[in-house]
Design a protein around this ligand. Structure first.
Ligand code: G3P
Ligand code: CA
Length: 340
């Protein structure tokens, strides 16, 4: 296994001050009964958490503003920030030459004009591909404004490094939910390279009392454990496609404090959120695009909504119009020309 040396911070480009990269850790809430769910016990993980109000639920752009703009491209993330998303979600994979790139599938076939397995291709090869032209412009979606997507590079493969630059250079604090994809031939090298990269940005080891804007998510409990070993103060999310029997009381494996259930779980088991809260665990839900699902998340008081449609979610939460100023994005264009 390749060993990684803790690198020096990048010497070039503007970097944010430490205060923008981290914020004080929230004080642990006092133990209390979960509203509307009397009788649920407080678990061993920590004191019960209160249910969140709609306006306080962070909206995380899933693969960027990916309903409107090709997923995992710089353009998709710029669009999400322009629309006012509180955070960005991305999937990461290692290339053959050990670069972390933002690609969901094991292969590039669906989202580019090329073919092949990400882990067998070098970054230079991936850079030859077009990750944008596969996606049709939105037809019947709502009118959305996004930065100009046609410029050079907007649709090329996105490295995690470039995405982190976008985040730390942004004028407001932006959360990052980075998902490690497993299984992969590189196994634990993914987490090693990820933590080393985050470290370069000063994001892997927040000081005592501060919280990194980055959290790492995975369906792999092993990956979550690796992150906790390499970067113990980084928040982790255990993603859940289904809730195993032993965790149906809202508990999580030791060390994990955030559950990441799919919205399909909450549709059939809405009580899961209160149970997790009763155990002191937070709940980040994916992928929440429909109005009825957004409303369900609000009703249950989840702790983050991850959506392909951040603008629509913000509007439904009563936070429409929270976009940054157009001056910061001079090339703003409308994406649905059929609507005024
Ligand atoms: O945010 C979690 C969600 O992205 C997990 O599913 O397949 O979209 O990566 P997937
Ligand atoms: Ca993902």
């Amino acid at each position: 296994m390749q060993s990684l040396r803790r690198p020096e911070p990048r010497p070039t480009g503007p970097r944010p001050s430490a205060s923008r990269r981290s914020e004080p850790a929230p004080a642990a809430p006092a133990a209390q009964e979960v509203p509307g769910h009397a009788g649920l016990r407080t678990g061993a993980s920590g004191p019960a958490l209160p249910r969140r109000a709609a306006a306080d639920i962070p909206v995380i752009a899933h693969r960027g503003a990916s309903e409107d703009v090709p997923e995992h491209t710089l353009a998709a993330y710029e669009a999400a920030l322009f629309q006012g998303a509180d955070g960005l979600e991305c999937d990461v994979r290692l290339t053959a030459d050990m670069h972390l790139v933002c690609v969901h599938d094991r292969r590039v076939n669906r989202t580019s004009n090329g073919r092949g397995v990400v882990s067998t291709l070098e970054l230079a090869q991936l850079r030859q591909l077009d990750f944008g032209s596969w996606k049709q412009p939105p037809g019947d979606s709502e009118y959305v404004e996004v930065p100009d997507l046609r410029r050079e590079g907007a649709h090329r493969v996105l490295t995690l490094e470039r995405l982190l630059e976008l985040v730390v250079d942004h004028p407001r604090r932006v959360e990052m939910a980075i998902e490690t994809k497993h299984p992969t031939r590189y196994a634990g090298l993914v987490e090693e390279h990820l933590v080393a990269l985050l470290d370069r940005f000063g994001l892997a080891h927040p000081r005592l009392g501060e919280r990194s804007p980055v959290r790492v998510m995975s369906f792999s409990a092993m990956s979550v454990r690796r992150i906790r070993r390499l970067a113990p103060s980084l928040e982790t999310v255990l993603l859940l496609d289904r809730v195993p029997l032993r965790f149906r009381d809202g508990s999580l494996p030791r060390g994990a404090r955030i559950a990441g259930p799919g919205i399909h779980i909450l549709r059939t088991h809405p009580e899961y959120v209160a149970r997790a809260h009763s155990m002191g665990n937070r709940v980040h839900v994916w992928t929440v695009d429909q109005a009825s699902d957004i409303d369900l998340c609000v009703e249950l008081g989840v702790d983050a909504i991850i959506s392909n449609r951040p603008q629509a979610v913000l509007a439904r939460l009563g936070r429409g119009g929270s976009r940054v100023s157009a001056e910061a994005h001079p090339g703003v264009i409308g994406l649905n020309p059929d609507k005024p």
